[in-house]
Structures are given as structure tokens and as C-alpha cells.
Design a protein around this ligand. Structure first.
Ligand SMILES: Cc1cc2nc3c(=O)[nH]c(=O)nc-3n(C[C@H](O)[C@H](O)[C@H](O)COP(=O)(O)OP(=O)(O)OC[C@H]3O[C@@H](n4cnc5c(N)ncnc54)[C@H](O)[C@@H]3O)c2cc1C
Length: 261
């Protein structure tokens, strides 16, 4: 039977561009350029390698995000995934991690899966909690933060490198795993892959399709709420110490004034 792998990928605001909060203190996702979270490229890569080593496998990439999140799906499809699922609904605006895990779990169940592969964290929220929340919702084992992962005989096996020890972990499928940025360089999409991706299926789902009520998600349904947010002040030019014989003294005085020495 075919090994069904679902990879959760997030569309995130481009960290090199200007990022802002919207009036309701949510991240402004409408007026900024976005892209496939870099850390999720590692998840796609590992899923493709696992699929390549299986007799028969299918890789589905899944995102919960706005219209433009299709760009993230296209990138993953051009890397080699077989199909994509995009969950999009106006009522998702403001959904927190708990709500996102509900939507992802329902979409994973609807798609059908043996293995869910996530990144170690998104590059915007960076909570790193989604894989654990997802495994709890699905009622399957989680094996997280793997730097090496493989599937054999209905089991997923992986290596987790910690500060004090390296662990070899195993779980029976179905399971949820997350992989780190040490798991292996993600491939670049080839020209052939980019062209092929245009013809691959992208299924769109909304909350109704997933039997989720609007009040279970969105700002109202969220367990967490942002009360206050302030953008980081713009960088200033800094202090320039010109060395006209007293440079070292001035530098020491400056550092002492800032309590660095
Ligand atoms: C349109 C939109 C509006 C949102 N508004 C808010 C808000 O106002 N307040 C708030 O607290 N949160 C909001 N969220 C949710 C938030 O951005 C995160 O998706 C969620 O809280 C998970 O936290 P994280 O990004 O830190 O995930 P992490 O736990 O760091 O992510 C780990 C892994 O989970 C998977 N993953 C995470 N998010 C997604 C996703 N959306 N789709 C597919 N896979 C995913 C990826 O594999 C990722 O590498 C919104 C999300 C969307 C899409």
C-alpha cells in the first residue's frame, strides 16, 4: 500500500522586507511579500527522501493561510511533492496556535496519512509547538526535532541531537515528526520541477469542508490574545568615535557609560 506523507508548510512574511502589525494587533499578512518558511523546506526535503526510498509513496503538502499561501505550495510542488491542500477561510483571521492545530489536524485526517512531517518551527511565530499539538489532536505518537529520519517496516526512526545526549527514537506509524535544519540541505527546484508544479493538483478547503465552526477559530476562538504590540524602533546611526589621539580613552568611556565594562 502507498505510504501517504503529509508535509505541513507555512507561508510566512519575508523577513528581509518590512513587517508590520495590523490594527487588530495581528501580523499584517496582506500587504507584505511572503514565502515558504525556510525551515519547512527541510521538512519537504526529508519527506521527498523518505518517499524516494519507499516502494510506493505520495507526498501531499498542506498549508493553512491566505490566498497568497499558494506560492508556498507551488514551491514545495516544484521541489517534487505530488499534490497540495490549501485551507483558506476569512474566519481564520487571528487564529492562534491551538486553533491552527485544529485546522491542520482536520485537514490531515481528511487527506489521509501515515506520516506527518513538520518543520522544527516557523520562521515568523517560531513557537515550535504545532507538531506536538497536532499529534495530540490526531492521537498518534510524535517524534520531534529529528536531524535524521527514515521509514521502514511501518515504523519511523530518527536521531535527535541534544546538548547532553544523542537519542535514537522510533514510533509506529501513523505518527507526526518534525525535522531540524541539520537534517540535510533542501533541494532547489529544477526548471523541469517548476514547469511540472503548474499542473499538479491543489485542493482548496474551507472551514465548512473540515466541519469546523467559525467560533472555534479566529480571534474569538483563540485561547491567546495579544493585548499590546509595539514595533521595534528604527536603528539609529550610532556613535562614531574618531581617533585623534584620545580614541581609546573615548571608546572606554563610551563602553563604561553603557555599562559594557
Ligand atoms: C492567516 C493567518 C492569520 C493568523 N493570525 C494569528 C493571530 O492573530 N494570532 C496568533 O497567535 N496566531 C495567528 N496565526 C497562527 C500563527 O501564525 C501560527 O500559524 C500558529 O500560531 C503556529 O505557531 P508557529 O507559527 O509559531 O508554529 P510552529 O509551532 O513554530 O510551527 C512548527 C511547524 O508547524 C507547521 N505549521 C505551523 N503553522 C502552519 C500553517 N499555518 N500551515 C501549515 N503548517 C504550519 C510547520 O511545519 C512548522 O514548521 C495566523 C495564521 C494564519 C495562517
Amino acid at each position: 500500500m502507498s505510504l501517504r506523507i503529509v508535509v505541513c508548510v507555512k507561508y510566512v512574511p519575508d523577513a528581509t522586507g518590512d513587517r508590520h502589525f495590523a490594527d487588530d494587533l495581528t501580523v499584517d499578512r496582506e500587504d507584505v511579500d511572503g514565502l515558504l518558511s525556510e525551515l519547512d523546506e527541510y521538512a519537504v526535503e526529508q519527506a521527498l527522501q523518505i518517499a524516494g526510498n519507499a516502494d510506493d509513496a505520495e507526498v501531499t503538502v498542506l498549508t493553512v493561510g491566505p490566498e497568497d499561501a499558494k506560492d508556498a505550495l507551488r514551491k514545495a510542488l516544484s521541489m517534487g511533492a505530488d499534490k497540495a491542500v490549501h485551507v483558506e477561510d476569512d474566519d481564520l483571521h487571528g487564529t492562534d496556535a491551538i486553533g491552527t492545530s485544529l485546522v491542520l489536524a482536520k485537514a490531515v485526517e481528511k487527506t489521509g496519512y501515515d506520516l506527518v512531517v513538520c518543520g522544527m518551527a516557523s520562521t515568523d511565530g517560531t513557537m515550535g509547538v504545532l507538531p506536538a499539538l497536532l499529534s495530540e489532536r490526531l492521537g498518534v505518537p510524535q517524534v520531534t526535532l529529528l536531524s535524521e529520519v527514515s521509514v521502514e517496516d511501518g515504523k519511523v526512526t530518527g536521531r535527535r541531537d541534544g546538548d547532553a545526549a544523542t537519542e535514537q527514537l522510533q514510533a509506529a506509524l501513523p505518527a507526526v515528526v518534525s525535522v531540524t535544519d541539520q537534517s540535510g540541505e533542501a533541494r532547489y527546484p529544477s526548471f523541469k520541477g517548476i514547469m511540472a508544479a503548474k499542473k499538479k493538483p491543489v485542493q482548496s478547503l474551507d472551514l465548512d469542508d473540515l466541519d469546523i465552526d467559525a467560533d472555534e477559530v479566529g480571534l474569538e476562538g483563540s485561547w491567546t490574545k495579544v493585548d499590546e504590540a509595539a514595533e521595534r524602533p528604527a536603528r539609529t546611526a550610532g556613535t562614531i568615535v574618531k581617533d585623534e589621539g584620545e580614541g581609546a580613552k573615548q571608546l572606554a568611556e563610551f563602553l563604561a557609560g553603557q555599562k559594557f565594562i
